[in-house]
Ligand binder design. Structure first.
Ligand SMILES: Cc1cc2nc3c(=O)[nH]c(=O)nc-3n(C[C@H](O)[C@H](O)[C@H](O)COP(=O)(O)O)c2cc1C
Length: 344
């Protein structure tokens, strides 16, 4: 299948692995790229040295294009992206911040930049800044999204932009890919669906419990990691969504995040100011801790997990190759089916 997304990124299939914290690790990234999609390595929970190491791991596992994802609201984002720029990673995908400096640097070595946006204003800003494509993320998505659902948001942004659009939020199969193309997108990004694949290194117990969830089993809250986001509705998420951390929890969480990503105190403080205050940073630390517990320990009693509404449509744990190939084949069948209906 050839779309503006496959041509821009020089890939076979218009399918992207979303850059998910603790999930989009080298093995999964390489599996998606090797299967003809585009793998996106997450850089959130790393020090700059660790980022270099994981980028080199991906390079050793695939000779296909891949990218690095940066959540710009994190206090360590700039240092980590600078490592990706030094490594001349072919694609950088930024979210939650202004990426003009990234675009300039990446274009300097011939790479491409994808801007993740969840509202129209940010799409316009990213286009003006020179981004090469937009990852337009609707309300169905796991983790951070805004108010508007994928169908309306993608349609609206597709009417306004000249850039290729990668639609995100609620995609997991060929019907979704076909629908995204009809809305005006050039491909899709999937997070939750790739989290539930063989190559994803998430704990088996968390994979199995996730597959039992229905489409109603998610909740939206800005109290879990400090930003509005969608999470699996499990006991820990319900509890965390019920209130903000106390000053004591704020301090100990801020220290925990400092240890995890090894940033100086002043950066941590600036990070807090960039958000809505130090308590948001504390939420973020608690969210990251809960995420690590769910993903690495298989603990969904105390752990939390971002989760798409599309979870209700997922029934299996395919390999990335199986998933990508069946998604493309199903999309082609659906489009053919619609063509027949429309011409009858
Ligand atoms: C476990 C998990 C962790 C995530 N971590 C991040 C992250 O660190 N940064 C980010 O920009 N998005 C993150 N996301 C959101 C995805 O990048 C993507 O926007 C979302 O999964 C798309 O919606 P879908 O799950 O319906 O496919 C995460 C999603 C999941 C499921």
């Amino acid at each position: 299948m050839k779309t503006r997304m496959t041509e821009l990124l020089e890939i076979k299939h218009p399918i992207m692995l979303a850059g998910m914290a603790f999930i989009s690790l080298p093995k999964l990234v390489a599996a998606v790229s090797n299967a003809g999609g585009i793998g996106m390595l997450n850089s959130v929970a790393y020090t700059p040295d660790q980022v270099r190491k994981v980028i080199r791991q991906v390079k050793s596992l695939t000779d296909k294009p891949f990218g690095v994802n940066a959540t710009l609201i994190m206090p360590n984002a700039r240092e980590n992206i600078e490592v990706a720029l030094e490594e001349k990673v072919p694609i950088i995908n930024y979210a939650l911040g202004k990426g003009d400096w990234i675009i300039k640097a990446v274009h300097g070595y011939g790479g491409k930049v994808l801007a993740t946006v969840a509202i129209e204003k940010h799409a316009r800003r990213a286009e003006a800044d020179g981004a090469d494509a937009l990852v337009v993320t609707g309300h169905e998505a796991a983790a951070h999204g805004a108010e508007v659902g994928t169908m309306v948001l993608v349609t609206s942004i597709a009417r306004q932009t000249k850039l290729p659009i990668i639609a995100a939020g609620g995609f997991c199969d060929g019907r979704g890919l076909a629908a995204a193309l009809v809305l005006g997108a050039d491909g899709i990004s999937m997070g939750t669906r790739f989290m539930l694949t063989q190559e994803c290194e998430m704990h088996q117990k968390t994979k199995e419990l996730s597959l039992k969830a229905k489409m109603e089993d998610t909740l939206c809250s800005d109290k879990i990691d400090g930003l509005p986001g969608r999470w699996l509705k499990n006991p820990a998420a319900i509890k965390m969504a019920g209130g903000r951390p106390s000053p004591f929890q704020a301090l100990s969480s801020a220290l925990r995040i400092k240890r995890m990503i090894d940033v100086p105190f002043y950066k941590l403080f600036l990070g807090g100011l960039k958000q809505r205050g130090v308590q948001d940073l504390a939420c973020q630390a608690l969210g990251l801790k809960g995420l690590k517990v769910a993903i690495e320990n298989g603990d969904l009693e105390t752990g939390v997990l971002p989760m798409s509404q599309a979870i209700g449509l997922m029934k299996d744990l395919p390999t990335c190759k199986e998933l990508i190939e069946r998604t493309v084949a199903e999309a082609q069948e659906w489009v053919e089916d619609v063509r027949k209906k429309m011409s009858s």
